[in-house]
Design a protein. Sequence first.
Length: 96
Amino acid sequence: MPTYVVLYRFTDQGAKDIKNSLQRAREARAENERRGFKVHGIYWTQGRYDLVAVVEAPDEQAMMAGLFNINSAGNVRSETLRAFTEAEMEPIIQKM
């Protein structure tokens, strides 16, 4: 399954309701796991981004649907990075 690093920033709405961010994250995690995702971790961070998640998604379409589902609630905006393991990089490097 493809791995992704998702960087989240709270919207004004999400920042105003920060006390419920743990519950929202738990609900989103459960929903994504129900859809076949493997959530490696969700981290609240200091700095430019408020949250970072590392997930494996069944495919790109599932990842997009998951992101749309989370972002449509209006509490966060996200930036998603496709992450490649060492094993995945091997054939990519060989194609160079």
